[in-house]
Design a protein around this ligand. Structure first.
Ligand SMILES: [Zn+2]
Length: 169
């Protein structure tokens, strides 16, 4: 099932998700739906709050569905370590059409549980490190806007307000 994606302005995007505690068939179904929703939107990551579910759960696939081995499910992720810096364009499915150069660590190590509750630790570089950080932020109620300069952030918010007023958001 493809869920509608919640856009910036909805409260669920700016509050921390609840920890995942039930690793059951319902969670497996939710994860499958999250992958389907993410691929349909051409995203490389999707966090549960983005479909209106306030849980510390996200899916990532930096191959955009081309490589089944790069499908990742992260429940209750925690960034353990970061290294270096990168500043590439970043976007978010909850902020369609807005992209901005965003500083992130070049490498990141994350600890999380998989869909069955098994703990694992994984290190990523480049886009994968960026996805770990972006999605972990979502689960803490944070958006990539918070990493931009105040000027850039206010400019994006202003454009969104304008669109919302016109009924286009
Ligand atoms: Zn996002």
């Amino acid at each position: 099932m493809i869920y509608p994606i919640v856009k910036y302005g909805q409260e669920v995007l700016e509050k921390p998700g609840a920890p995942v505690t039930q690793f059951d068939g319902d969670l497996e179904r939710l994860v499958a739906d999250m992958f389907e929703t993410m691929y349909a939107a051409n995203g490389v990551g999707l966090a549960a709050p983005q479909i209106g579910i306030s849980l510390k759960l996200c899916v990532i696939d930096v191959s955009c569905g081309k490589d089944p081995n790069s499908r990742l499910v992260l429940a209750n992720p925690q960034i353990l370590a970061t290294e270096g810096e990168q500043a590439e364009e970043e976007g978010c499915l909850s902020l369609p059409d807005f992209r901005a150069k965003t500083a992130r660590p070049l490498r990141a190590t994350v600890q999380a549980q998989d869909v069955r509750g098994k703990e694992f630790t994984l290190s990523g570089e480049g886009l994968l490190a960026r996805a770990f950080c972006h999605e972990s932020d979502h689960l803490a109620g944070k958006l990539f806007l918070s990493h931009l300069s105040r000027l850039k952030r206010e400019s994006i918010k202003r454009q969104i307000r304008k669109r919302a007023k016109a009924g286009e958001w």
